[in-house]
Design a protein around this ligand. Sequence first.
Ligand SMILES: [Zn+2]
Length: 409
Amino acid sequence: MTTAAKTPCRLCGNPELSLLMDLGRQPIAHRFLEQPEEEFKHPLTLHYCEQCGLGQICDPVSPEILYKGYNYCFSEWKPEPHRETELDLICAHKQNAKIFEIGCNDGLFLEQLQLRGQQVCVGLEPNSFAKKFATEQRGLHVYETFLDEDTCNDALAKFGKFDLVMARQVLEHVPGIELFFKCVNMLLKDDGMVFIDVPDVGPGLKVGDCTIAWEEHVNYFTDNVLNNLLDRHGFTPVEEKKFNYSGGTLAVLARRKTARDVFVPSHDYLPFSRTFSERVQHYGARLSQALTLAKKSFDQVVIYGVGCRACALVNGHNLGGVIDFAVDDQMERQGKLMPGSQLEIKSPEVLQKPGAKSLVILAVNQENEAGVSAKTLAACPESHVTFLIVMGPTNIEQELDAFIAGIQS
Ligand SMILES: [Zn+2]
């Protein structure tokens, strides 16, 4: 079914987009509450393009509302197991290079490149806290602004053209893709390369996982869609990598294409996009039923993890009424309420009640599941804890089947 979207496709200009998923009115996922209150809510609707496959939010929440009083996250706070691999990948192709990073955050990655011998490392970062850290603590040259042509001209005047322009976890936030690549093209030497890393929604699309949706992400990529985008803007991949990080991450290093580089779109994820909404609804209804049933046989039904994916899961499937409370390791979140569901966030210590039977819904990224469950079991030797995995890339439909079979037996 196609719907007349408010805007044409950001990648290919197709005026007719199809519905990927409509989660209704949702709160802002990073906004924890101190006490119950009437929250700002916005429609969280994702579309996709039948021609190029790009998933997109057509009418994103304005940045003034979204990032007001933003509880900022520095890159050092979040472990990135794939960081070393990305650094190696770049340094295998570019040495003693001039590098420009769009959205450099606190400058951690640029500093690492510098330590590996890259010659000039310049960043751009709109967040003033992160920019201040990158310049004052790391001594980097960082522009505090959103990407625009004036800034590119200034950087070109100061440093000349660059060997590499990079953006990690940035392009999914950018509604102005044309301007983004215009700037990349301005900044880059003829033999320069571009390095891009974005979330991979492929695994989530396959398993009907609604937690791919986040209001801060306006674009949703699979590998072929990202390569299609690069091709349109004159680039062809040199190396591609996929990481099991935060539900799936794609990284591509690309050079300017020549007449011999022909891109063939695969449309490999279109069948999953077409049935996605239906599968999400079906999964949500079954999960809700299963949790309702579980409340009869468990003393407490708890969600472990309160990040943006947990928020999409609870609110997208309307699970607030069938979960007792949430737990999270981060102390600064404890005592607050989750957005939307307004579930209370407690310390994981509450699971240690001797003799208690707890169902723990694991709303943490797959790479952290084993650590969290092992730690929980070790901390609760006298209670009975059952885990349920609810986020991709795990096959969550199969996990739910097994869980339902378990509680019915
Ligand atoms: Zn398109």
